[in-house]
Design a protein around this ligand. Structure first.
Ligand code: ADP
Ligand code: MG
Length: 710
């Protein structure tokens, strides 16, 4: 590793800066003060020097030190956007890209989407004048498809690199290549230019001036900055050929950590009890609870509200604020707002609040020690979502959230002996996920030798081979493992999982693209229906109104159509707010998650745009459900399952024994043969989003798989 630097302002007194209460929300003056008080502010000049002198720089700094919000502004002010170039900052999470962009726009005093903007899948808030662009790492990968040199960017910051999401890892490899290619093309172009302008003859002095000019004006090389909250920068530095790493000193107040005596059988209940214990017994300060997903957050939110009603009037001053990625962006910002006077805020967050976003005001952290993660079995070719224990470094990051502005407390909802058993750090996602999506993108980018690609951590050969095989079975690759034309190319253009892209392409042939677009949009959000424990019967009755005997896919289509009808019939000439209100009310009556439905409607219009642009025919199969189910079978044949005598199912491709999730409309009907979309592992292996198909269709519609198999 290159020599590391520790940047710190010697005059800084960490405690003093926090003597005054910072209110980030009242006016420009305070914003400016807040910016100045961040640890990174005192090393601005030195950081900019480092960037000027190093094409690749690794910046390590504690969460909350100001890396994500400040560094792009420093770069902008230091002239890195000259000649219309853009600074790109990638985030593993949508929420972070959106909330941070909003914050930075506010700090810069500009309208969001102008100088400062963001771009995430299905949502773009940028314009030609955008110079600081926050985006997801996945989105930048897609941009590389259209602009292989990422030529509009002068600097790319890969933020939250310690998270090691699969997109971050692929991006790192790609950026390394792009940087090299841009330097080479820079040298070539300098020579050409030199020949053109001066017949290649320049004195040494003029040559130097000329080079400088090219560098700053004409074809600037790509600056890469890798930012991470984890203290170990060695891995990144080695990967980038001994790149320089600098540390930004943060501030951390002491945090008292508490453990439970015994393992908690129900961590949601334990979290709930702890929330109220803090609320009733501890001093002021907001609470941050780490949960594993939208469903959990929403159920805890309901339970908190209910229990509040049972408290005496005066102690009801608790405000729940959820934050997760599918939350509409205006709602995400609520987490950053101060609670009304006298109220305590309890933020119910996914892993997003671990390092990606820093929410001010947190004094108490409740950590069940779990996270929802992807897990992949390359032998069976099955990816699933699974709730697993976090790593030690994650546990430390989480407790650190309580000590940002003063001393705090962290309540770990597991015994101390369990902490000792946790892994030190999290395994990179690339080692535990299905790779077909990234392989498809790499192929589309012209990277044919996937096994030889320079990954920071190589995925196993078995999982690369399995994913290649899957892409081949979906028709995206030829016998020679090249991207097929047009199918593979079209699939790579769609911002969807390859299986869903394939389904859309097939649906245009089956004349049911209208229905499949809805299905894919509805499957892209967490869950459309919700059934609170205490109103389960009511919720089930409501769900029956939409349920189709054919399965969950058609039930989802029914919900969508019903919402269409509502919007068409009752809403001509109404304002957006009024429409939103009516839709929310209707959702509530029908136990439909209005956030998810709205999100799905958004996604729908976006992918509809994509397929229309690609020239696919958007037609409806009308009442011909057979046609639609045949298309589902043709699309999802890799996830077909057969009923077994005892009522469980055997997945045909993997041989795994699975069960229909109780939330499926086919839970009781248990048809003989089905296709499904999702495998969730709790104490059982549950499959979700299921449709009934005819067993014989498999060999008819996917003969390349089922005839050779049997
Ligand atoms: P880092 O990237 O080093 O973790 P950030 O740049 O994200 O740090 O955050 C710096 C500071 O800005 C934190 O104190 C945080 O509370 C504040 N901050 C960030 N985003 C927002 C926001 N949307 N609203 C209010 N404060 C914010
Ligand atoms: Mg950050």
């Amino acid at each position: 590793m290159a020599q590391g630097g520790r940047l710190r302002d010697p005059t800084e007194n960490p405690n003093k800066l926090h003597d005054r209460k910072l209110d980030a929300f009242s006016g420009k003056q305070n914003l400016a003060q807040h910016r100045k008080s961040l640890p990174i502010a005192s090393v601005e000049k030195r950081l900019m020097d480092e960037v000027r002198h190093n094409d690749t720089l690794i910046i390590v700094g504690e969460t909350g030190s100001g890396k994500t919000t400040q560094l792009p502004q420093f770069l902008f002010n230091a002239g890195f956007c000259r000649d219309g170039k853009t600074i790109g900052i990638t985030q593993p999470r949508r929420v972070a890209a959106v909330t941070v962009a909003k914050r930075v726009a506010e700090e810069c005093g500009v309208e969001l989407g102008q100088r400062v903007g963001y771009s995430i899948r299905f949502e773009d808030a940028t314009s030609i004048s955008t110079r600081i662009k926050y985006m997801t790492d996945g989105l930048l990968l897609r941009e590389a498809l259209l602009d292989p040199y990422l030529s509009r960017y002068s600097v790319i910051i890969v933020d939250e690199a310690h998270e090691r999401t699969v997109h971050t890892d692929v991006l790192l490899g790609l950026l390394k290549n792009i940087q090299r290619a841009r330097s080479k093309s820079f040298n070539d172009r300098v020579n050409i230019e030199k020949n053109k302008e001066n017949n290649g003859t320049l004195s040494d002095k003029d040559n130097g001036v000329f080079l400088k000019q090219c560098q700053s004006r004409k074809f600037p090389p790509l600056k890469l900055i890798i930012m991470s909250a984890s203290l170990d920068a060695r891995g990144f530095s080695e990967y980038f050929g001994g790149a320089r790493a600098v540390h930004v000193q943060g501030r951390q107040f002491p945090v008292d950590t508490f453990y439970t005596h015994h393992a908690e059988p129900d961590y949601l209940d334990a979290a709930l009890i702890t929330i109220f214990q803090i609320h009733l017994e501890e001093g002021p300060g907001d609470i941050l609870v780490f949960l594993t997903g939208q469903e959990e957050i929403e159920s805890v939110e309901r339970l908190v509200k209910e229990r509040l009603q049972q408290l005496p009037e005066g102690s009801r001053k608790l405000l729940t604020v959820p934050i997760f990625s599918a939350l509409p962006s205006e709602k995400q910002m609520r987490a950053f707002r101060h609670a009304p006077a006298g109220f305590r805020k309890v933020i119910l967050a996914t892993n997003i609040a671990e390092t990606s976003v820093t929410i001010p005001g947190i004094k108490y952290v409740i950590d069940p020690g779990l996270v929802k993660a992807r897990s992949y079995d390359p032998v069976k070719g099955m990816e699933s979502l699974i709730i697993v224990p976090i790593s030690k470094s994650q546990a430390l990051q989480r407790s650190g959230r309580a000590g940002r502005e003063g001393s705090g407390k962290c309540f770990r909802l597991y015994p101390e002996s369990e902490f000792d058993k946790l892994e030190d750090s999290t395994k990179p996602e690339i080692k535990r996920c299905n790779l077909s999506n990234v392989i498809l993108q790499l192929k589309a980018l012209g990277v044919d030798d996937i096994l030889g690609f320079d990954f920071m951590d190589k995925p196993s050969r078995a999982s690369i081979v399995k994913s290649l095989e899957q892409l081949f079975l979906l028709g995206a690759l030829t016998d020679e493992c090249k991207l097929s034309d047009p199918v593979g190319r079209q699939m790579a253009q769609l911002p969807l999982d390859p299986v869903y892209s394939r389904a859309l392409i097939l649906a245009s042939q089956f004349n049911c693209l209208e229905e499949m677009l809805i299905t894919v949009a509805m499957l892209s959000v967490e869950s459309i229906f919700y059934g609170p424990r205490e109103k389960l019967e009511e919720a089930r009755t409501a769900m029956r109104r939409f349920s189709s005997p054919e399965g969950d896919h058609l039930s989802l289509v029914n919900v969508y159509h019903a919402s269409d009808e509502l919007l068409d019939k009752r809403m001509v000439g109404l304002s957006k707010e009024k429409k939103d209100k009516i839709l929310s009310k209707w959702c509530k009556e029908n136990f439909i998650n209005s956030r998810s439905l709205r999100h799905a409607r958004d996604i729908h219009s976006q992918i509809r745009g994509h397929v229309e642009q690609m020239g696919l025919r958007v037609a409806s199969c009308g009442d011909d459900m057979l046609q639609f189910r045949r298309c589902l079978a043709a699309s999802f044949f890799l996830n077909a399952a057969l009923r077994q005598p005892e009522g469980t199912y055997r997945a045909l491709a993997s041989g795994q024994v699975v069960q229909i999730h109780p939330s499926s409309v086919l839970f009781r009907a248990k048809p003989e043969c089905i296709v499904f979309n999702e495998l969730v592992q709790t104490n059982h292996k549950y499959i979700r989003n299921i449709s009934r198909i005819d067993y014989l269709w498999l060999s008819e519609l996917a003969p390349h798989y089922y005839c050779t198999q049997n």
